[in-house]
Ligand binder design. Structure first.
Ligand code: MN
Length: 486
């Protein structure tokens, strides 16, 4: 299990008795959080009492591959020059928990001993200055550790920290390259690896075709039985469905053996395949594998990272594309879909397996899952390469029920409303250089994306109900200037 280290700040001046109490209280808080938060082990490591103990604690955290984050808490005052060397060595996401062992002040009993022991208001500021001075990216959470909102905030921090850790170890497989002439899906793969840890490499589609050709009759029958159980078989063309079943089996083997968390393909490079993977890719996305169409490795990686972040939460997360609009005044809505590849995580109706001609790519009609989409508040997020940096763009959206049936649309789809309104939301996205590919999620919030951007030191443009186009364009100008100064 992944671990979060809890490190407490204090100093030698108070004497052993106080330091024993500091350690005792730290254990209580770490244990309390550990019991409240699933999926990770939160453990008290040590109390920083001088530079050497700080360096030790930060080294232990940085060198432990299972450690995804560090929580620091100043129980007492902790002169922050002793934190410099340690913080310079720390490579894990940092949370400063500005809490106390006590919720209320004991007005009748409070004396100088109590104040000296319980002075996070004082020590947290001294420590906070140094973290700011060193420009270490961190989250600050304020409040009594047993309060529900504080626990929720710590939980969210840990989800994002786990996603950052996942990102650092993410392998992305590109079958083929980027779609010819397409700009926004392309990017600097070396910089992606330096900044986010994504190891993005190209493979010939023939490597996958070799596995497709090795699929056995037994494997195929088992997969078809699974489809029949989960979905409505709305086609007589079982041969086309079997072809996709083979692709799924082959993709599973290829991606598992290479330890890939995400992949891309492109309809321009399908040599040896009879169909563009549709149903097969939808199935992979349902398992939490990231996907980006047309060689879009950045969206594939983001898709996998947000699925990791969303683990244990309610909601749907997947690859998406802004396709077409309803421009009816006051009822504007975006129809999002893709040629085939929409994750069944978004399904609000039981998916149907259908086979239809695809007007692009010149292959046989591919099988795909068709369904209507879920509703609720969500985000649409993309990453673009600005040449000297990456930019994340995050729009708050509201997924809505499709106003009418679309009996002739042979592909899964979701619909959403933009914020603050359709015109402003769409214009803001375009001014920001936002892509047509996104990751849409009803499990992730703008705040999660904001924290991810902060911890990875990535520019973020948020489009929400507070967006106005004048300020947004000014913000983009300032961001450009800041990037040049860095
Ligand atoms: Mn596309």
């Amino acid at each position: 299990m992944k671990k979060v280290y809890f490190i407490t700040g204090s100093q030698d001046l108070y004497g052993e008795e106080v330091l024993l109490q500091v350690a005792e209280d730290s254990k209580v808080i770490a244990k309390y959080l550990d019991e409240k938060i699933d999926g990770v082990k939160i453990e008290y490591v040590s109390t920083v009492r001088d530079e050497a103990s700080c360096v030790d604690a930060c080294k232990v955290a940085s060198n432990d591959p299972d450690c995804i984050a560090v929580i620091t808490w100043m129980h007492t005052f902790s002169p922050a020059k002793m934190w410099i060397k340690g913080l310079q060595l720390l490579t894990k996401p940092l949370l400063h928990l500005h809490t106390q062992a006590n919720e209320k002040l004991p007005y009748d009993e409070i004396d100088m001993d109590f104040m000296n022991l319980n002075q996070t208001a004082h020590g947290g500021r001294e420590y906070g200055f140094m973290v700011t001075r060193l420009n270490v990216k961190r989250e600050v959470i304020v409040g009594y550790y047993q309060h529900e909102d504080v626990i929720e905030a710590v939980k969210k921090f840990i989800d994002v920290a786990r996603a950052v850790d996942f990102s650092k170890n993410l392998n992305v497989c590109m079958f083929g390259s980027n779609m010819r002439e397409v700009s926004v899906t392309d990017g600097d793969r070396v910089e992606s690896q330096i900044k986010y840890g994504w190891n993005v490499n190209y493979y010939g589609i023939g490597d996958l075709v070799a596995l497709v050709n090795e699929v056995t009759e037994d494997e195929l029958n088992a997969k078809m039985a699974e489809y029949s159980e989960l979905y409505v078989m709305n086609t007589d063309n079982l041969d086309a469905v079997k072809e996709q079943a083979k692709y799924e089996i082959a993709l599973d083997k290829f991606l598992t053996s290479g330890n890939f968390g995400a992949y891309t393909d492109t309809f321009q490079d399908l040599h040896g395949m009879r169909q563009l993977p549709g149903l097969a890719t939808q199935r992979m996305m349902a398992k939490g594998i990231g996907f980006g169409a047309e060689g879009d490795y950045k969206t594939a990686a983001l898709n996998a990272i947000f699925c990791e972040m969303a683990k244990g939460r309610e909601g749907s997360t997947g690859f998406m594309e802004d396709y077409t609009y309803d421009f009816t005044k006051g009822e504007e809505v975006v129809l999002g879909a893709h040629m085939l590849e929409v994750s069944p995580n978004f399904a609000s109706t039981q998916p149907k397996i259908e086979v239809h001609q695809l007007g692009i790519g010149g292959k046989e009609p591919p099988a795909r899952l068709v369904f209507d989409g879920v509703c609720g508040d969500g985000v649409a997020v993309c990453m673009v390469d600005m040449g000297n940096r990456f930019r994340l763009i995050c729009a708050a959206i509201e997924l809505v029920k499709q106003p009418k049936e679309m009996p002739k649309l042979p592909v899964a789809r979701i619909m959403w409303k933009l914020k603050p309104d359709h015109k402003t939301g769409a214009a803001a996205w375009i001014y920001a250089g936002g892509a047509h590919h996104t990751v849409v999620s009803t499990a992730i919030t703008v705040e999660d994306v904001r924290l991810f951007a902060k911890l990875t030191d990535t520019e973020l443009v948020v489009i929400d109900d507070k967006t106005d186009l004048v300020s947004l364009q000014r913000e983009l100008e300032i961001n450009d200037l800041l990037a040049k100064l860095k």
